[in-house]
Design a protein around this ligand. Sequence first.
Ligand SMILES: Nc1ncnc2c1ncn2[C@@H]1O[C@H](COP(=O)(O)OP(=O)(O)OP(=O)(O)O)[C@@H](O)[C@H]1O
Length: 263
Amino acid sequence: MTGRPVLQVTDLSKSFGGIRAVDTVSFRLQENEILGVIGPNGSGKTTLANLITRFVRPSAGSVHFMGRPIHHLPAHKIVRLGIARTFQMVRPFYRLPAYKNMIVSLYSPRVTGFLGGRCGNRSAVALDLLEEVGFERDARVAYQDAGGLPQGYLKRLELAKAIALRPRLIILDELFSGLSLAEVTSLTPIIEKLRQQGKAIIMIEHRLKELFKIADRVIVMDNGRKIADGRCPAVMADQTVQNAYLGADCESLPRPGNGISDD
Ligand SMILES: Nc1ncnc2c1ncn2[C@@H]1O[C@H](COP(=O)(O)OP(=O)(O)OP(=O)(O)O)[C@@H](O)[C@H]1O
């Protein structure tokens, strides 16, 4: 793969009291690349996302985005540079229709900057984006209050809010959790399309089988440390990775020959 470098994380660390939630983690990511971040519960995956997006201040280490250091910047400036994320726990404005939930993204300085003086009809933009992530326009689901929407739509709404920011890097924190296999299968081509548009994508996931179908590479976290980094089947064959999952969810570990090819 020969994309331009997008993200470089170097020796990134975060301690909460005595807990080293993220411990000297380094990796790189380039455009058109989907990187899976996996590991047992509490291994530091969400903290890693929080550090890159600066929701949490690093204890040490650096993050470079498009070649410039960003670890000292506040979260809103990082969004403005082109990093968007979704959250594990979705918290929409429950009393607003789904399309109006898009407003925070669509009025952000980054999007306003793209639109220039022509701010146009943001409701129409919101409806288009929601259609892109699977809100059927005919069913008028986009007009329903977010509070009445099932989890599958709330996850799509979360994704649409991130896409609205026209990011170069999107971090998806457990986008697939709580979704049926059919829902995950319908989201996969949407993520694939984002990659084809040149975006770099980080997917924090517990749904390994589904993740491995689209991720180019995975890093494995355990106790805050990165214990493996590579292509999916090879990484899962690693004894250290299998040991990390033992007692956690070892049975669900996809292995080569279990629908995962090394192509
Ligand atoms: N704000 C915080 N204050 C104190 N400890 C925290 C905080 N955030 C995370 N931790 C701790 O850091 C460690 C890593 O947590 P993190 O949520 O990053 O793991 P995770 O891999 O995302 O877990 P999961 O898969 O369950 O979401 C855990 O021990 C967690 O309790």
